[in-house]
Design a binder for this molecule. Structure first.
Ligand code: B12
Ligand code: SF4
Ligand code: SF4
Length: 322
Protein backbone atom coordinates (compact mmCIF):
# COMPACT_ATOMS: atom_id res chain seq x y z
CA UNK A 1 0.00 0.00 0.00
CA UNK A 2 1.77 3.17 -1.18
CA UNK A 3 0.42 6.14 0.76
CA UNK A 4 3.37 8.40 0.12
CA UNK A 5 2.41 11.32 -2.10
CA UNK A 6 4.43 14.37 -2.96
CA UNK A 7 1.76 16.69 -1.57
CA UNK A 8 1.61 14.68 1.69
CA UNK A 9 5.40 14.87 1.97
CA UNK A 10 5.37 18.60 1.29
CA UNK A 11 2.77 19.05 4.05
CA UNK A 12 4.92 17.05 6.48
CA UNK A 13 7.96 19.24 5.64
CA UNK A 14 5.92 22.42 6.14
CA UNK A 15 4.52 21.31 9.51
CA UNK A 16 7.76 20.10 11.11
CA UNK A 17 10.06 22.53 12.95
CA UNK A 18 13.59 22.21 11.48
CA UNK A 19 16.87 23.50 12.97
CA UNK A 20 17.11 25.78 9.90
CA UNK A 21 14.69 26.49 7.06
CA UNK A 22 14.63 24.07 4.16
CA UNK A 23 15.00 26.63 1.39
CA UNK A 24 14.53 24.11 -1.42
CA UNK A 25 14.44 20.37 -2.01
CA UNK A 26 14.14 18.01 -4.97
CA UNK A 27 14.02 14.40 -6.05
CA UNK A 28 16.30 12.54 -8.48
CA UNK A 29 16.92 8.96 -9.50
CA UNK A 30 20.18 9.67 -11.40
CA UNK A 31 22.91 7.45 -10.03
CA UNK A 32 25.86 8.59 -12.20
CA UNK A 33 27.65 11.85 -11.45
CA UNK A 34 28.15 14.32 -14.28
CA UNK A 35 31.43 15.79 -13.08
CA UNK A 36 33.49 12.90 -11.73
CA UNK A 37 36.15 13.70 -14.34
CA UNK A 38 36.38 17.26 -12.96
CA UNK A 39 36.96 15.75 -9.53
CA UNK A 40 39.51 13.18 -10.80
CA UNK A 41 41.44 15.89 -12.72
CA UNK A 42 41.43 18.07 -9.62
CA UNK A 43 42.98 15.26 -7.59
CA UNK A 44 45.49 14.50 -10.38
CA UNK A 45 46.61 18.17 -10.32
CA UNK A 46 47.03 17.86 -6.51
CA UNK A 47 44.63 20.77 -6.09
CA UNK A 48 43.19 18.97 -3.05
CA UNK A 49 46.43 19.96 -1.24
CA UNK A 50 46.38 18.62 2.31
CA UNK A 51 42.85 17.10 2.05
CA UNK A 52 44.15 13.53 1.78
CA UNK A 53 40.80 11.94 2.64
CA UNK A 54 39.62 12.94 -0.84
CA UNK A 55 42.33 11.08 -2.78
CA UNK A 56 42.42 7.75 -0.90
CA UNK A 57 40.48 4.53 -1.74
CA UNK A 58 37.18 6.39 -1.24
CA UNK A 59 37.80 8.71 -4.24
CA UNK A 60 36.35 6.28 -6.77
CA UNK A 61 33.21 5.73 -4.66
CA UNK A 62 32.17 9.25 -5.68
CA UNK A 63 31.71 8.25 -9.33
CA UNK A 64 28.16 7.02 -8.76
CA UNK A 65 25.91 6.79 -5.75
CA UNK A 66 25.50 3.00 -6.01
CA UNK A 67 29.27 2.62 -5.36
CA UNK A 68 28.60 3.97 -1.89
CA UNK A 69 25.06 2.57 -1.49
CA UNK A 70 24.52 -0.48 -3.74
CA UNK A 71 20.74 -0.43 -3.19
CA UNK A 72 20.47 3.13 -4.55
CA UNK A 73 17.29 3.86 -6.51
CA UNK A 74 16.59 7.51 -5.76
CA UNK A 75 17.54 10.49 -3.61
CA UNK A 76 15.81 13.33 -1.80
CA UNK A 77 18.11 16.33 -1.65
CA UNK A 78 17.51 19.17 0.82
CA UNK A 79 19.08 22.63 1.06
CA UNK A 80 19.23 23.87 4.68
CA UNK A 81 19.54 27.64 4.88
CA UNK A 82 22.31 29.40 6.82
CA UNK A 83 22.23 32.75 5.02
CA UNK A 84 21.53 35.13 7.88
CA UNK A 85 23.77 37.93 8.98
CA UNK A 86 23.46 38.87 12.63
CA UNK A 87 27.04 38.00 13.59
CA UNK A 88 29.08 39.51 10.78
CA UNK A 89 31.31 42.49 11.48
CA UNK A 90 33.33 44.59 9.08
CA UNK A 91 36.90 44.19 10.27
CA UNK A 92 36.22 40.87 12.03
CA UNK A 93 36.89 38.64 13.78
CA UNK A 94 34.37 36.52 11.90
CA UNK A 95 33.09 32.96 12.05
CA UNK A 96 31.62 31.35 8.94
CA UNK A 97 27.85 31.66 8.98
CA UNK A 98 27.33 27.90 9.06
CA UNK A 99 29.07 27.83 12.48
CA UNK A 100 26.59 30.16 14.13
CA UNK A 101 23.42 29.84 12.10
CA UNK A 102 22.32 26.32 13.00
CA UNK A 103 21.49 27.71 16.44
CA UNK A 104 25.22 27.64 17.21
CA UNK A 105 25.34 23.83 16.87
CA UNK A 106 27.46 21.69 14.54
CA UNK A 107 25.28 21.15 11.46
CA UNK A 108 26.49 17.57 11.15
CA UNK A 109 24.66 16.80 14.40
CA UNK A 110 21.44 18.76 13.93
CA UNK A 111 20.95 17.93 10.26
CA UNK A 112 21.60 14.24 10.89
CA UNK A 113 18.63 14.36 13.28
CA UNK A 114 16.58 16.27 10.70
CA UNK A 115 17.34 13.67 8.00
CA UNK A 116 16.47 10.83 10.39
CA UNK A 117 13.13 12.54 11.12
CA UNK A 118 12.44 12.67 7.37
CA UNK A 119 13.53 9.02 7.04
CA UNK A 120 11.12 7.96 9.81
CA UNK A 121 8.26 9.73 8.05
CA UNK A 122 9.05 7.95 4.78
CA UNK A 123 9.27 4.59 6.54
CA UNK A 124 5.92 5.19 8.23
CA UNK A 125 4.43 5.32 4.72
CA UNK A 126 6.62 2.69 3.04
CA UNK A 127 7.79 0.15 5.65
CA UNK A 128 10.23 -1.62 3.28
CA UNK A 129 12.00 1.62 2.43
CA UNK A 130 15.66 1.84 3.48
CA UNK A 131 18.04 4.74 3.22
CA UNK A 132 21.50 6.02 4.01
CA UNK A 133 22.50 9.62 4.63
CA UNK A 134 24.72 11.88 2.58
CA UNK A 135 25.82 14.75 4.78
CA UNK A 136 29.21 16.24 3.95
CA UNK A 137 31.47 13.46 5.24
CA UNK A 138 30.15 10.66 3.02
CA UNK A 139 31.88 9.74 -0.28
CA UNK A 140 29.37 11.59 -2.45
CA UNK A 141 29.92 14.57 -4.77
CA UNK A 142 27.09 16.46 -3.12
CA UNK A 143 27.12 19.53 -5.36
CA UNK A 144 26.85 17.25 -8.38
CA UNK A 145 23.97 15.37 -6.73
CA UNK A 146 22.10 18.61 -5.99
CA UNK A 147 22.75 19.76 -9.57
CA UNK A 148 21.35 16.49 -10.96
CA UNK A 149 18.25 17.03 -8.82
CA UNK A 150 17.79 20.43 -10.52
CA UNK A 151 18.62 22.51 -7.45
CA UNK A 152 21.32 24.74 -8.92
CA UNK A 153 24.42 25.36 -11.03
CA UNK A 154 28.14 25.46 -10.21
CA UNK A 155 29.39 29.00 -9.60
CA UNK A 156 32.89 30.15 -10.51
CA UNK A 157 33.70 29.87 -6.79
CA UNK A 158 32.64 26.17 -7.11
CA UNK A 159 29.58 26.71 -4.88
CA UNK A 160 26.26 25.18 -5.92
CA UNK A 161 24.04 28.21 -6.60
CA UNK A 162 20.26 28.17 -6.38
CA UNK A 163 18.21 30.79 -8.22
CA UNK A 164 16.01 31.62 -5.22
CA UNK A 165 18.55 31.26 -2.45
CA UNK A 166 22.07 31.87 -3.74
CA UNK A 167 24.64 29.52 -2.18
CA UNK A 168 24.32 29.84 1.59
CA UNK A 169 22.92 26.45 2.43
CA UNK A 170 24.07 22.98 3.44
CA UNK A 171 23.23 20.12 1.10
CA UNK A 172 21.85 17.10 2.99
CA UNK A 173 20.33 14.03 1.32
CA UNK A 174 18.65 10.70 1.85
CA UNK A 175 19.73 7.98 -0.60
CA UNK A 176 16.85 5.54 -0.88
CA UNK A 177 16.37 1.92 -2.02
CA UNK A 178 13.11 2.71 -3.89
CA UNK A 179 11.92 5.03 -6.61
CA UNK A 180 9.28 7.46 -5.37
CA UNK A 181 6.37 8.78 -7.33
CA UNK A 182 7.74 12.35 -7.08
CA UNK A 183 8.26 14.80 -9.91
CA UNK A 184 11.74 15.50 -11.25
CA UNK A 185 13.14 18.87 -12.25
CA UNK A 186 15.16 19.74 -15.29
CA UNK A 187 18.81 20.64 -14.74
CA UNK A 188 19.67 24.27 -14.02
CA UNK A 189 21.81 26.18 -16.51
CA UNK A 190 24.70 28.53 -15.75
CA UNK A 191 23.74 32.00 -14.48
CA UNK A 192 27.16 33.43 -13.60
CA UNK A 193 27.47 35.10 -16.98
CA UNK A 194 30.38 37.53 -17.15
CA UNK A 195 30.46 38.12 -13.39
CA UNK A 196 33.85 37.45 -11.70
CA UNK A 197 33.11 39.03 -8.31
CA UNK A 198 34.12 35.94 -6.31
CA UNK A 199 37.35 35.43 -8.27
CA UNK A 200 38.33 39.06 -7.67
CA UNK A 201 37.36 39.09 -3.98
CA UNK A 202 39.19 35.95 -2.83
CA UNK A 203 42.14 37.33 -0.84
CA UNK A 204 44.25 34.21 -1.36
CA UNK A 205 43.62 33.66 -5.11
CA UNK A 206 42.26 30.20 -4.38
CA UNK A 207 39.66 30.14 -7.18
CA UNK A 208 40.49 28.48 -10.51
CA UNK A 209 37.81 30.06 -12.64
CA UNK A 210 38.47 27.92 -15.72
CA UNK A 211 37.55 24.67 -13.96
CA UNK A 212 35.27 26.26 -11.32
CA UNK A 213 37.25 24.51 -8.60
CA UNK A 214 39.55 25.69 -5.79
CA UNK A 215 43.20 25.28 -5.06
CA UNK A 216 42.40 23.90 -1.62
CA UNK A 217 45.82 24.67 -0.14
CA UNK A 218 45.24 28.39 -0.71
CA UNK A 219 41.72 28.50 0.72
CA UNK A 220 41.23 30.13 4.12
CA UNK A 221 38.59 27.54 4.85
CA UNK A 222 41.16 24.71 4.50
CA UNK A 223 43.64 26.49 6.75
CA UNK A 224 41.12 27.36 9.47
CA UNK A 225 38.94 24.21 9.48
CA UNK A 226 41.00 21.35 8.15
CA UNK A 227 44.50 21.93 9.57
CA UNK A 228 44.63 21.29 13.29
CA UNK A 229 48.32 21.73 14.09
CA UNK A 230 50.87 24.42 13.32
CA UNK A 231 51.01 25.03 9.60
CA UNK A 232 51.76 28.10 7.47
CA UNK A 233 48.76 30.27 6.59
CA UNK A 234 48.15 30.90 2.88
CA UNK A 235 49.41 34.29 1.64
CA UNK A 236 46.46 36.68 1.93
CA UNK A 237 44.98 35.00 5.02
CA UNK A 238 45.88 38.06 7.06
CA UNK A 239 43.35 40.48 5.60
CA UNK A 240 40.88 42.95 7.07
CA UNK A 241 38.00 40.46 7.24
CA UNK A 242 39.75 38.22 9.81
CA UNK A 243 38.04 34.88 9.26
CA UNK A 244 39.00 32.79 12.27
CA UNK A 245 36.97 29.69 11.30
CA UNK A 246 35.79 29.06 7.73
CA UNK A 247 35.45 31.83 5.15
CA UNK A 248 32.40 33.28 3.39
CA UNK A 249 34.07 36.02 1.30
CA UNK A 250 33.43 34.48 -2.12
CA UNK A 251 29.77 34.00 -1.17
CA UNK A 252 29.24 37.44 0.37
CA UNK A 253 30.17 39.19 -2.86
CA UNK A 254 28.02 36.95 -5.04
CA UNK A 255 25.02 38.87 -6.43
CA UNK A 256 22.85 35.77 -6.04
CA UNK A 257 23.19 35.88 -2.23
CA UNK A 258 20.69 38.16 -0.55
CA UNK A 259 21.81 38.70 3.01
CA UNK A 260 18.98 38.59 5.56
CA UNK A 261 18.95 39.86 9.12
CA UNK A 262 17.51 37.66 11.82
CA UNK A 263 15.50 39.36 14.54
CA UNK A 264 15.52 36.22 16.73
CA UNK A 265 17.07 36.14 20.19
CA UNK A 266 20.33 34.19 20.30
CA UNK A 267 20.47 30.64 21.63
CA UNK A 268 22.86 29.98 24.56
CA UNK A 269 25.37 28.36 22.17
CA UNK A 270 25.25 31.36 19.83
CA UNK A 271 25.71 33.70 22.80
CA UNK A 272 28.72 31.70 23.93
CA UNK A 273 30.38 31.75 20.50
CA UNK A 274 29.74 35.46 20.07
CA UNK A 275 30.93 36.42 23.55
CA UNK A 276 34.10 34.30 23.42
CA UNK A 277 35.27 34.81 19.83
CA UNK A 278 33.66 37.87 18.33
CA UNK A 279 33.09 40.47 21.03
CA UNK A 280 36.70 41.00 22.10
CA UNK A 281 40.00 41.67 20.35
CA UNK A 282 41.86 38.64 19.01
CA UNK A 283 44.78 39.16 21.43
CA UNK A 284 42.41 38.78 24.40
CA UNK A 285 40.90 35.59 23.00
CA UNK A 286 44.42 34.22 22.49
CA UNK A 287 45.37 34.84 26.14
CA UNK A 288 42.13 33.28 27.33
CA UNK A 289 42.70 30.18 25.19
CA UNK A 290 46.33 29.91 26.30
CA UNK A 291 45.17 29.74 29.90
CA UNK A 292 42.64 27.00 29.14
CA UNK A 293 43.25 23.24 28.97
CA UNK A 294 42.26 21.22 25.89
CA UNK A 295 39.68 19.40 28.01
CA UNK A 296 38.14 22.66 29.26
CA UNK A 297 37.87 23.87 25.64
CA UNK A 298 36.18 20.61 24.65
CA UNK A 299 33.66 21.00 27.49
CA UNK A 300 32.91 24.65 26.61
CA UNK A 301 32.48 24.12 22.85
CA UNK A 302 31.15 20.56 22.70
CA UNK A 303 28.41 20.30 20.06
CA UNK A 304 29.68 23.32 18.08
CA UNK A 305 31.67 23.25 14.82
CA UNK A 306 34.71 24.53 16.71
CA UNK A 307 35.07 21.17 18.48
CA UNK A 308 36.52 19.91 15.17
CA UNK A 309 39.81 21.81 15.35
CA UNK A 310 39.90 22.06 19.14
CA UNK A 311 41.79 24.64 21.19
CA UNK A 312 45.13 24.14 19.39
CA UNK A 313 43.60 24.57 15.93
CA UNK A 314 41.76 27.77 16.84
CA UNK A 315 44.87 29.20 18.49
CA UNK A 316 46.77 28.52 15.24
CA UNK A 317 44.11 30.46 13.29
CA UNK A 318 44.11 33.41 15.69
CA UNK A 319 47.88 33.69 16.03
CA UNK A 320 48.32 33.80 12.26
CA UNK A 321 46.25 37.01 12.24
CA UNK A 322 48.40 39.08 14.62
C1 B12 B 1 36.46 19.12 0.59
C2 B12 B 1 35.40 20.16 0.86
C3 B12 B 1 35.82 21.46 1.08
C4 B12 B 1 37.25 21.93 0.81
C5 B12 B 1 37.43 22.07 -0.74
C6 B12 B 1 36.26 22.84 -1.37
C7 B12 B 1 36.13 22.73 -2.87
N1 B12 B 1 35.50 23.71 -3.46
O1 B12 B 1 36.58 21.76 -3.47
C8 B12 B 1 37.33 23.25 1.61
C9 B12 B 1 37.86 22.94 3.01
C10 B12 B 1 38.17 24.36 1.00
C11 B12 B 1 35.85 23.60 1.72
C12 B12 B 1 35.39 24.88 1.94
C13 B12 B 1 34.05 25.23 2.01
N2 B12 B 1 33.01 24.39 2.04
CO1 B12 B 1 33.16 22.46 1.72
N3 B12 B 1 33.11 20.64 1.24
C14 B12 B 1 34.03 19.82 0.88
C15 B12 B 1 33.41 18.44 0.54
C16 B12 B 1 33.60 17.52 1.78
C17 B12 B 1 33.96 17.77 -0.72
C18 B12 B 1 34.05 18.72 -1.92
C19 B12 B 1 34.84 18.13 -3.06
O2 B12 B 1 34.71 16.97 -3.37
N4 B12 B 1 35.68 18.97 -3.70
C20 B12 B 1 36.36 18.62 -4.91
C21 B12 B 1 35.77 19.44 -6.06
C22 B12 B 1 36.53 19.13 -7.38
O3 B12 B 1 34.41 19.00 -6.22
P1 B12 B 1 33.15 19.95 -5.86
O4 B12 B 1 33.53 20.88 -4.79
O5 B12 B 1 32.00 19.06 -5.65
O6 B12 B 1 33.03 20.80 -7.18
C23 B12 B 1 32.34 20.33 -8.32
C24 B12 B 1 32.08 21.50 -9.24
O7 B12 B 1 33.26 22.28 -9.29
C25 B12 B 1 31.81 20.72 -10.52
N5 B12 B 1 31.89 21.53 -11.73
C26 B12 B 1 32.61 22.61 -12.03
N6 B12 B 1 32.27 23.08 -13.23
C27 B12 B 1 31.33 22.28 -13.71
C28 B12 B 1 30.60 22.33 -14.88
C29 B12 B 1 29.63 21.36 -15.14
C30 B12 B 1 28.85 21.45 -16.39
C31 B12 B 1 29.40 20.33 -14.21
C32 B12 B 1 28.38 19.28 -14.45
C33 B12 B 1 30.15 20.29 -13.00
C34 B12 B 1 31.08 21.28 -12.78
O8 B12 B 1 32.68 19.62 -10.55
C35 B12 B 1 33.16 19.39 -9.22
C36 B12 B 1 33.04 17.90 -8.92
O9 B12 B 1 31.67 17.52 -8.80
C37 B12 B 1 31.90 18.84 0.32
C38 B12 B 1 30.88 17.78 0.75
C39 B12 B 1 30.74 16.68 -0.28
N7 B12 B 1 30.77 15.45 0.19
O10 B12 B 1 30.62 16.96 -1.46
C40 B12 B 1 31.76 20.13 1.18
C41 B12 B 1 30.89 21.25 0.62
C42 B12 B 1 31.27 21.44 -0.83
N8 B12 B 1 31.33 22.41 1.39
C43 B12 B 1 30.39 23.25 1.65
C44 B12 B 1 30.58 24.50 2.31
C45 B12 B 1 29.35 25.17 2.88
C46 B12 B 1 31.86 25.06 2.39
C47 B12 B 1 32.24 26.49 2.80
C48 B12 B 1 31.24 27.57 2.42
C49 B12 B 1 32.48 26.50 4.34
C50 B12 B 1 33.01 27.83 4.85
N9 B12 B 1 32.18 28.81 5.10
O11 B12 B 1 34.20 27.97 5.05
C51 B12 B 1 33.59 26.66 2.05
C52 B12 B 1 33.38 27.16 0.62
C53 B12 B 1 34.63 27.26 -0.18
C54 B12 B 1 34.32 27.15 -1.69
N10 B12 B 1 34.28 28.26 -2.39
O12 B12 B 1 34.13 26.01 -2.18
C55 B12 B 1 29.04 22.79 1.10
C56 B12 B 1 28.72 23.57 -0.18
C57 B12 B 1 27.26 23.91 -0.39
C58 B12 B 1 27.11 24.64 -1.70
N11 B12 B 1 26.17 25.56 -1.74
O13 B12 B 1 27.82 24.41 -2.66
C59 B12 B 1 29.34 21.23 0.86
C60 B12 B 1 28.57 20.61 -0.30
C61 B12 B 1 28.97 20.53 2.19
C62 B12 B 1 27.47 20.33 2.33
N12 B12 B 1 27.05 19.11 2.60
O14 B12 B 1 26.69 21.26 2.19
N13 B12 B 1 35.06 22.51 1.51
S1 SF4 C 1 36.29 30.48 0.95
FE1 SF4 C 1 37.54 32.38 1.12
S2 SF4 C 1 39.66 31.75 0.70
FE2 SF4 C 1 38.31 30.07 0.02
S3 SF4 C 1 37.93 30.49 -2.14
FE3 SF4 C 1 36.28 31.53 -1.06
S4 SF4 C 1 37.06 33.61 -0.67
FE4 SF4 C 1 38.79 32.36 -1.26
S1 SF4 D 1 30.16 35.91 -7.66
FE1 SF4 D 1 29.57 35.94 -9.82
S2 SF4 D 1 30.96 34.46 -10.80
FE2 SF4 D 1 31.05 34.09 -8.60
S3 SF4 D 1 29.56 32.47 -8.23
FE3 SF4 D 1 28.48 34.43 -7.92
S4 SF4 D 1 27.57 34.92 -9.91
FE4 SF4 D 1 29.11 33.34 -10.27
Amino acid sequence: MDTLTQSGFQKFLAQTPWPAAICDWAYTDEDQTLSYQTFADWIARHDHGPLHYLSDHRAVLRQKLSNYYPDFQSALVFLFDYGQSHFLKAGGPNLARYVTNFQGADYHLVLKDALETIGLFLKSKLPDLHYVLSLDIHPVLERDLAHRAGLGWFGKNSMLLNRQKGSMFIIASLLINKKLNFSKRTRETDHCGTCRACVQACPTQAIDEQTRTLKAERCISTFTIELFKDSPAPPGYKNKEQWIFGCDICQEVCPWNKVETLPDALTPLQEKLKHFFLDCPITETISELEGMSNKAFERQFKGTSLARTGRVGILKNLKALI
